[in-house]
Every structure is written in C-alpha cells, then in structure tokens.
Design a protein around this ligand. Structure first.
Ligand code: FAD
Length: 460
C-alpha cells in the first residue's frame, strides 16, 4: 500500500524525515495541497506565492528525475488528503509537524480520521522541548536561547531517500499553472527573479557561498551596504534547507561570528515557541493596553492613509527608510537592521498600528513567516511578551550614519545616487534634496513627541 507524504513548508528531499520514513515503508505519493481557506488572512501573499511556485517546480523536477512526482491539489487540506487516501488506498500520511494555528488544527482533525505520522524537522528543537525550572514554556528570548544552546548540536541530519518507489498508478493532479501563483497584470516579479535562485540546490549553494563570511557576521550583519547576512530566510521558511543542516555545516567555524549566527537561528525557534503559546500573536497586541493607544487609523484618517502609502512606496523623505521599503518591493527581502528602522518609523513616527506593517510585510516578503513576522513586529512595537520598550524610539537618520548605509541608499534610491556622505543620510537638512525626492512626511522631533504623548495618554 502507498504512503502519502504531505508537504507544506518542507520542500526538500534531504533531511526530510517524512520522506525518509515513508520511503522505507512502500510506494510514496508526495502531495502539496494549496489551502488558502485554512490560513484566512494569512493565506500566502504575492511574494510568497511567487516563491512557492518556483519551489514546487524545483521539487517536482527533482522528484521527476527519481521517477516520482508531486500531486497538486487545491482546497481544504483535511478534505483533500482524506479523499486522496481513499482514492489511493494509502496506508498512512507522513508529514513534518508545523505550528501555525491553522496547521495545528488540520493536524488534529486529520489524526482523528487517518493514520497521521508527524515528524520534527523544521526547527532546531521541537516547540515546547525546552522548559523553565517550573516546567512551563519560556516566554523570554534570553533564557530560551540559553536553554536551547544546552541541547545543541541538533539531531543528526538525514540523507536523501536512496530510492522512492512509486505507486502502480498516479492519482489526478492539478498543474502548477492551474494555480496562477505568479503575477501577471502587472508582473512585478522581475526584480525578485533577478535577486533569487529558488529551491533545495540553490539553498545549499547559498550556504556554501556564504560559509566563508560567518566569521564577520557579528559586525557585518548590521551593515546594510554589505552582504553580511546569510539570506537563507526564504529557503528556511519554505523548508528547502533545515536549520540542522545549516548548524552542522557551520558549527566548525567557532568564534564570535558563529556564536551570534547560532543565536539568530534560535530566534527562529523562539518565534515558533511564542506562537505555540499565543496563537493569535501576529494579529493581537500581547499587551492589551496598546489597544487603547490612539493610533492614527488609515481607514478613517486620510492623512494617515497617505502616510501609510508613502511608507509602503518608499517615499517618506527618510533615505534609510525609503531604501529599505524599496528593497523590499523590488527584491522581496529587506536587511534586518533596516526592517527594524522601517518598522519603528511606521509605528512611532507615523503612529500607525504595527498590524498594518505586519500585513504589508506579509504580502511583500519572500520570507514572510507567521511566527517570525508577528514576533518581530511586536518586539519593535513594544507591545509583545519580550519587547523593546515603546518609548525607545529609533532615530532613522543617526541609524543611517552609524551603520554606514550610504551605498545601500544609492542602490535603492537612485534620486540620491549623486550625493556623498554625510548629505545622503539627510538631504533635506543639508539643503541638497533633489526635487525628485520627497520632503520628510514628518519631522523627527515632531514624530517622536507625538508618539511619546500618545503613550503617556494611554498610560493615563
Ligand atoms: P541571517 O542574519 O543570516 O539569520 C539567519 C536566519 O536566522 C534567518 O534566515 C532567519 O531564519 C533567522 N533569523 C534571523 N533573525 C531573526 C529574527 N529576528 N527572528 C526570527 N528569525 C530570525 N524573518 C523571517 O524569516 N520572516 C519574517 O516574516 C520576518 N519578519 C520580520 C519583521 C520585522 C519587523 C523584523 C524587524 C524582522 C523580521 N524578520 C523576519 C527577522 C529577520 O529580519 C530576518 O530573518 C532576516 O533579515 C533574514 O535575513 P537572513 O536570512 O540574511 O538572516
């Protein structure tokens, strides 16, 4: 009897425990179900759909060369998998465990009706594996990170299955083109396609390419003008590579760079740990008093709507913010330091609720991740369980100088490409703003004071 491998954010063959187990038991039917309904507002956004298309195409090709294929179905995942199991007489369904609330629900429902075998494989440790002295999950990153490090290195990785035997006949499959995951009118994906190579082999190529830079990561990761971080985030999100594979490939590079990088991988585990405890974290401020903060609402306030649009389009008059937002729109990715600056600017200088930013990132990031996006937005906002404070307001212009963002700004804001340091960080202040570049939509001091006053008012 065949065994179904249910694929979601684990689009790889090596170190894929569900494939590994199923391959030893009988013929394997790999399946991906596009279930937009289950995730509701967090159905994949435009940039993620682009990535998903190419990642599925890549996996499909890899399976094809092993005389296998991937069955594509669209609809409610539980219904589709139940139907598929009936059609094929499958013995069991094998899948890597996922923690998004809609996947936890689907896993629970499926286990009631079918033999569902779940495996850990997408995180360093399964969520909830490390606990405080009193047996509860950690809420705060630093002790979580220390406890996780005590369990490292992670489990050994698994090789690709040696053979994948196929069923006597293949069930019906949609084609990828049926799903219209790629943009057409307009096709905004040119910049993204230029910037990225998608798929399992590309993820490993990127890891090899970046490996030599780990030693410089501690400093390099903060400098947007340098290629100082691994850019593995979309590959990790779609599971084209596992964090255990990355860990084992890099762990011999001892030193401060590797120590800091390891902690970033642990941030990724931490975010899962947060959504397991608080499933609505990406849609609800953890500190509920922030619901009383008088946010400027783009739905009812025209000026706030204009400001949100200027932020989305990279036209705020703050070069570092605009470079980041344009990098995001062009490439589907933004440098981490600039994500923090741009997010802080939206929440504090523009006093717009962090959830508007979360939504925009969800639609435009190729690494958009329910847990990581929600956790980081609440961290910057100061509304979360383990947070920066709301009153700690980042100054975008001094951040731009401190982290030497001139080359980055020149790359993404061509109107400013003729300006030198220090003018490029704040052309308006230096009286050299080209006419094609917008004025600041709010002065730094005014934005800061407005945010602090709103916070004081909320606190009563
Ligand atoms: P590297 O610096 O090379 O780090 C290696 C890996 O560690 C990353 O690929 C990522 O998987 C993980 N990681 C690093 N930093 C974090 C972090 N702060 N939180 C969780 N995981 C981390 N990351 C996402 O993967 N998806 C998101 O949707 C996302 N949204 C964000 C929103 C905001 C407002 C901010 C401030 C950060 C967000 N991040 C998100 C975290 C971080 O910016 C990205 O993971 C990182 O920039 C990806 O680039 P990289 O692969 O080169 O990272």
């Amino acid at each position: 009897k065949p065994h179904i491998v249910w694929l979601r954010r684990d689009l790889r063959l090596a170190d894929q425990p569900a494939f590994h187990a199923a391959a030893q038991l009988g013929p394997v039917i790999p399946v991906y179900v596009l279930d937009d309904g289950a995730a509701g507002h967090h159905a994949y956004g435009g940039a993620s759909r682009w990535w998903l298309h190419h990642s599925l195409a890549d996996l499909s090709k890899a399976l094809g060369s092993r005389h296998s294929r991937i069955i594509l179905r669209r609809g409610d995942a539980v219904e589709e998998l139940t139907k598929l199991a009936e059609e094929t007489g499958a013995e069991a369904i094998h899948a890597i465990r996922h923690y998004e609330p809609w996947w936890r629900k689907a896993q629970g429902k499926l286990a009631e009706v079918l033999d569902l075998q779940l495996y850990d494989g997408n995180f360093l440790l399964p969520a909830g594996a490390v606990k405080t002295g009193s047996g509860t999950p950690y809420k705060i990153y630093t002790p979580f990170s220390k406890a996780t490090l005590e369990h490292m290195p992670p489990r050994d990785t698994l090789p690709e299955p040696e053979t994948l035997s196929h069923p006597d006949s293949w069930p019906h499959s949609d084609t990828l083109d049926d799903w219209d995951l790629l943009p057409t009118k307009p096709d905004w994906s040119g910049g993204i396609a230029e910037f990225w190579k998608v798929g399992e082999a590309a993820a490993h190529d990127r890891l090899t390419e970046w490996e030599g830079d780990v030693g410089d990561y501690d400093e390099g990761r903060n400098l947007p003008s340098q290629d100082g971080s691994s850019r593995l985030s979309p590959h990790l999100h779609f599971g084209e590579i596992s964090p255990a594979q990355i860990w084992h490939a890099l762990k011999h590079r001892e030193g401060q760079g590797w120590n800091t990088y390891a902690k970033e991988l642990i941030w990724r585990d931490y975010a899962q740990n947060v959504i397991c405890q608080f499933p609505a974290y990406p849609v609800q401020s953890y500190r509920e008093d922030f619901d009383r903060l008088e946010w400027r609402d783009p739905e009812t306030d025209e000026k706030a709507a204009d400001d949100l649009k200027a932020w989305q389009r990279g036209k705020t008059g703050y070069p570092i913010v605009d470079a980041g937002m344009r990098q995001l729109y062009q490439t589907g990715w933004m440098h981490n330091r600039v994500r923090m600056i741009a997010a802080s600017f939206l929440i504090k200088h523009l006093l717009i609720d962090w959830r508007h930013g979360e939504k925009w990132f969800w639609d435009t990031l190729v690494d958009a991740d329910y847990a990581a996006n929600g956790t980081n937005w609440q961290w910057v906002a100061g509304t979360g369980v383990d947070s920066n404070m709301f009153v700690r307001i980042m100054a975008p212009l001094s951040q731009s100088e401190k982290f030497d963002a001139a080359a980055y700004i020149r790359e993404y804001v061509p109107e400013l490409s003729d300006l030198s340091v220090p003018y490029i960080h704040d052309p308006e202040e230096h009286g050299c703003r080209p006419r094609s570049y917008p004025r600041k939509i709010i002065a730094h001091k005014a934005g800061r004071e407005r945010a602090l006053a709103a916070y004081k008012h909320m606190k009563g």
